[in-house]
Unconditional design. Sequence first.
Length: 260
Amino acid sequence: MKRFPSRLAIAMLAGFLAFPAAAAAPVAKVNGVAIPAERAEAMLAEQRAQGAQDSSQLQDAVREELVRREVLSQEASNQGLAKKSEVQTQMELAKQAILIRAYLQDFVQKNPVTDAEIQQEYDAIKSRMGDKEYKPRHVLVETENEAKAIIAKLQSGTPFEEVAKESRDPGSKDRGGDLGWSNPAMFVQPFSEAMVKLEKGKFTPTPVKSDFGYHVIQLDDVRTTQAPPLDEVKPQLQQRLQQQKIEKHVLDLRSKAKVE
């Protein structure tokens, strides 16, 4: 069952809103209806957050956009569209989304990711990565006897690229079984344990069983790798940890809610 909310929904809701500190004179009046300056400030803040430079041209464009919206909104109301149930439902959903976004913004401000948390996550990922990368090939088959037959062909001199055509792995069979450069943590444990014991150019002399079936693995190459500096990946780690905090908080609230 899909969990609610999804990671994507949380990431979308976790964006920042800019709320003006005080009201100012209306930016315009349309058919006698004033457009509050707060709307212009909110729209300008959104544009600035997307990288736009504040300028008189941007302010004029925002004012014109707000005028057009007011014109269309008034016309829609004059035609009675605001009274339609489907429109009211969409308006309630939009209002709810804004309220949730404001709440999550407040949560982020009150529960920031600390440098200690970022360092801990960095160290954990670094330890899982190790200091080497491996470039294996494999053939995946359903039974142990099939895997033994593959090994026999390799021992008789058949190229690995040829036996890879018998693999059940559609992602690698057409590339001669090549899995590219990866660290051992990327593979299931039986696979990674067998792979790291191989010498370059050698293949496993016995089938390797995993939840996917039976593998025959050949190690093409090994290279030393180095994790990027913490400062380089700190923004990504901070965002990842913040999203995890938000998701945990939402799931905690969900578990406490009485749903009938």
